[in-house]
Design a protein around this ligand. Structure first.
Ligand code: PA5
Length: 447
């Protein structure tokens, strides 16, 4: 198995007795999830998705992906949060950080609508304006500002290049089945569309068309990805806090939280997992960070960040623990021999780069645990579509169980609305005039 979860480095912080002490709580949280009796139970469509997904829809996605591959040099994926992170994470996990720069038969893929940066939008426009383009616009609500602005810009570009009908042929919309502005536009202009089910929230949607269509365009095998998730579904279906890794991870997170650890750092020793960490941060941050509770989800890439925040992790405030993703893939690439040995590195000559990375991993885990930073461990021995699906399902299920243990609704995100309300008021959106006056007075008072 290419995925192994282990708590071997955490035994001096959390022992079997600690796990058994929360066993009833974990079982209750797991039961709540499986029996769909807890808060947010109308958002549990992801639980059985790997075994009950619509095969006809997957076939439609594969066909659309082939069409996109044949029609364009560049696919622009428009979306934010859960409508963006999973696809980008998967593409980088499988193809590495330089997918766009690699020689390949599939289109380059750029992500926009994930921020409100004028220069970022213009950079992507300039990169792709002379190329053949398709757009996959993704928004469950169909009303999110960031992707809606980006969609206006890229839809206009497509109309300018291909005319209204030609543009419609190149736009693929992923949105709600019935409601929202994007659904209306897809129906009005005849965009090929894919549905985000009502019972799957944004951060749990990577294994739906939200993630799967762009991932398929990159040439990755989405059926393998779903097979990986299905294997995780089976592996973590039963058992208890000692035998089920998913339940154990959820339990240890909560035990450490109660011991005063308020930050979890997800680390990886391969930059290809940078966006996987970003996806994970949204999953856990939006699911658990509410009601004044929750671990703050952070991330780091090693050994890069050992030369920046490594000092803090080793010796700063003792508020964190780490979940360490150890990518252990030996492709035989070696450190060269140098006859002059000016850098004194010949003791490494003929060792593989991965061998050095593994020793860095082992040394770091021991140093950090010595520094009172508990470490949990996930070892990955390949980076296939199957592995990504497996990892995603492991984290999704652990997050839901952990959220129920924490006593929150892991499937809502009420706090996300606060900035939107203020932004709309300050932008003078109709209906917000009272709030606008109040906010402007407050801002004025700060000067
Ligand atoms: O997890 C979530 O629900 C959010 O991050 C959303 O995915 C994000 O806000 C984008 O929303 P939408 O897909 O409705 O545009």
């Amino acid at each position: 198995m290419a995925f192994v979860f282990s708590d071997k480095y955490v035994h001096s912080f959390v022992g079997e007795a600690d796990l058994l002490a929360v066993s009833d709580e974990v079982n209750a949280a797991h039961k709540t999830l499986c029996e769909k009796t807890g808060a947010g139970n109308d958002f549990l469509g992801w639980v059985e998705l790997p075994i009950s997904f619509d095969r006809a829809e997957v076939a439609q996605m594969k066909k659309a992906a082939e069409k996109i591959q044949s029609m364009c040099d560049v696919l622009i994926v428009i979306g934010i949060g859960g409508s963006y992170l999973g696809a980008r994470a998967a593409i980088e996990f499988i193809h590495g950080n330089y997918y766009n720069n690699k020689p390949k038969k599939t289109p380059d893929i750029y992500f926009v609508g994930k921020d409100i940066s004028s220069s970022h939008l213009q950079d992507i426009l300039n990169i792709c304006k002379d190329k053949d383009i398709c757009v996959n616009v993704i928004s469950k609500s169909g009303t999110t500002t960031e992707p809606a602005i980006a969609f206006r810009i890229f839809r206009d570009l497509l109309i300018e290049k291909y005319g209204k009908e030609g543009a419609a042929e190149r736009i693929f919309a992923t949105t709600d089945a019935k409601k929202g502005a994007l659904r209306s536009q897809a129906d009005t202009y005849g965009y090929e569309s894919f549905v985000i089910a009502d019972d799957v929230g944004g951060r749990y949607s990577v294994l739906t068309p939200v993630g799967l269509l762009p991932i398929a365009v990159s040439g990755a095998d989405i059926e393998e990805m779903l097979a990986g998730a299905a294997k995780a579904y089976e592996d973590f279906k039963d058992g208890d806090v000692l035998t089920n890794g998913c339940l154990k991870y959820a339990a240890i997170r909560n035990i450490l939280y109660r011991q005063g650890k308020s930050v979890e750092i997800l680390t990886a020793n391969d930059p290809a997992l940078t966006m996987t960490c970003e996806w994970w941060k949204q999953l856990f941050g939006e699911s658990e960070g509410k009601d004044g509770k929750g671990l703050y989800p952070s991330s780091a890439i090693y050994s890069t960040d050992l030369h920046s925040i490594g000092q803090f992790i080793q010796e700063g405030s003792r508020v964190m623990f780490e979940t360490v993703m150890n990518v252990n893939i030996d492709d035989g690439f070696k450190v060269p021999y140098d006859a002059e040995n000016g850098d004194g590195l010949n003791f490494l000559a003929d060792q593989t780069i991965n061998f050095v990375n593994q020793k860095a991993h082992d040394g770091t885990v021991l140093a950090h645990t010595d520094g009172n930073v508990p470490n949990l461990s996930i070892t990955l021995t390949s980076r296939s579509a199957f592995d990504f699906g497996y990892l995603v399902y492991f984290f999704e299920k652990a997050c839901a169980v952990s959220g129920y243990m924490l006593g929150v609704n892991p499937f809502n995100q009420p706090g996300v609305e606060a900035y939107k309300k203020n932004m709309f008021a300050l932008l003078d959106k109709p209906g917000y005039s009272e709030l606008r006056a109040e906010l402007e007075t407050r801002l004025e008072g700060l000067k």
